[in-house]
Ligand binder design. Structure first.
Ligand SMILES: Cc1cc2nc3c(=O)[nH]c(=O)nc-3n(C[C@H](O)[C@H](O)[C@H](O)COP(=O)(O)O)c2cc1C
Length: 391
């Protein structure tokens, strides 16, 4: 497709060059310039080539049968678009305002604990990329220290995620640190009462973070709404709850004054046989009815995925594994490139839907459809194994 003159072109946008060129460069030099990635699947392929197979497996995998992770994709792929035509989209703008800031896309990089496994710098590298492109960042409490990330990108939209692995004093200390570091929100993860069985890791005899059971896990098991009240009563920082999967819990959260409902099944890494995130979203959006913001994650890999989430009522979309693939493929520059590629896809989807901005999207642009793609952990990247050379 020729990029319309009225939509920005990608840097290094030379569609006629063989897509295999970036891969050939990796083979020759072990290095690929981020602008050589012309598609997201090339970036994912490079990450797979670079990572130790056990690390790769632990990254892409989910729990037990991996049904939840496949349902994340199935739910997205079971929505078709209802495009509108003959609308002036020449002034198309994919940016949004969130937390009083302008973001280039309604996107943040979701909390992923052991980022240092995927590339040097871990959380510091990732937040630098989020800042330089212009999206949000949520730091896992199991990643780089809050203070180091704040120092790396003081002016980024930074949020802090918390796994409760201690008593009330532990919680109060962490939230106070997040506020001191200038975080725009604190997000409590609620879907890790126990650690799950990730069978790829078990079969590989691989432990991603060292310990079989994370230290302090009993506090996570005992977590309940009292801690939500504690944070709300002690601090003045927007509070999110990550891992909300039902309208019932979303309503309790809103009654507790929670500011952000984070719809998630932990990327299919916790409860197996859960619903796909996009299947959970409508009942939660309806129940919340604007009384809290809505974040969502779970296999959002393509521009059309982001557009679907916003059309269905989400305010922000989290990218988990995508940031890890990009970090492994080429560090900060590749994460920025991944976001550029997503922006490119988002802009084209919006243009062809006949909307000039995200505020124009609503559920009327979506229609239930039979998925044509067998869902899999990597099914958003059909060209990953060179299948474009055959039908
Ligand atoms: C390697 C890895 C580490 C993760 N670590 C955390 C974490 O520390 N805290 C948390 O709340 N979620 C964690 N998650 C879940 C992500 O925040 C997010 O919910 C999930 O990855 C979204 O799905 P996606 O990876 O398909 O985008 C992790 C996910 C991955 C892949």
């Amino acid at each position: 497709m020729t990029a319309p003159a009225d939509l920005p072109r990608l840097s290094g946008d030379h569609a006629v060059r063989a897509t295999g060129e970036a891969m050939a460069n990796v083979a020759k030099t072990g290095v690929v310039a981020a602008t050589e990635f012309q598609t997201l699947h090339e970036m994912v392929r490079t990450a797979r080539e670079r990572l130790d197979p056990k690390v790769w497996d632990s990254l892409i995998g989910g729990s037990e049968t991996e049904t939840t992770i496949k349902r994340n994709r199935l739910a997205l792929d079971s929505l078709a678009f209802r495009p509108r035509v003959l609308r002036d989209i020449s002034q198309l703008d994919a940016s949004v305002e969130r937390f009083g800031r302008r973001l280039r896309l309604p996107v943040f990089l979701a909390p992923t604990g052991p980022l240092q496994l995927f590339g040097p710098g871990g959380g510091a590298t990732v937040v630098a990329a989020a800042r330089s492109f212009g999206v949000g960042h949520m730091l896992s409490s199991g990643c780089t220290p809050l203070e180091m990330v704040a120092e790396t990108a003081p002016d980024a939209l930074r949020m802090a995620q918390l796994h409760v692995r201690g008593d009330d004093a532990f919680v109060i200390d962490y939230v106070a640190r997040a506020i001191a570091c200038g975080c725009a929100a604190l997000c409590l993860t609620a879907d890790t009462a126990v650690s799950s069985r990730r069978e790829r890791n078990i079969v590989n005899r691989y432990r991603m973070t060292g310990a079989a059971v994370p230290p302090g896990q009993p506090f996570q098991a005992a977590l309940n709404w009292r801690t939500v009240r504690l944070i709300k009563e002690t601090f003045d920082i927007p509070l999110g709850l990550k891992g909300i999967a039902t309208a019932e819990d979303a309503l309790i959260a809103v009654d507790h004054g929670v500011d952000w409902i984070y719809v998630s099944n932990h990327g299919g890494r916790q409860l197996d046989h859960g619903r796909g995130s996009m299947d959970m979203l409508p009942e939660i959006v309806d129940a919340v009815a604007g009384r809290a913001g809505i974040m969502i994650d779970g296999s959002f890999c393509r521009g059309t995925d982001i557009v679907k989430a916003i059309a269905a009522g989400a305010d922000l979309v989290g990218l988990g594994r995508m940031q890890c693939y990009a970090l492994a493929a080429g560090g900060e520059a590749a994460i920025v490139r991944m976001l550029e590629l997503l922006e490119y896809e988002v802009q084209r989807a919006m243009a062809m839907l006949g909307v000039a901005g995200f505020a124009e999207l609503d559920r009327s642009y979506l229609h239930p459809a039979v998925s044509v793609t067998p869902p899999g952990v990597l099914s958003a990247f059909p060209l990953l194994d060179g299948s474009h050379t055959s039908s």
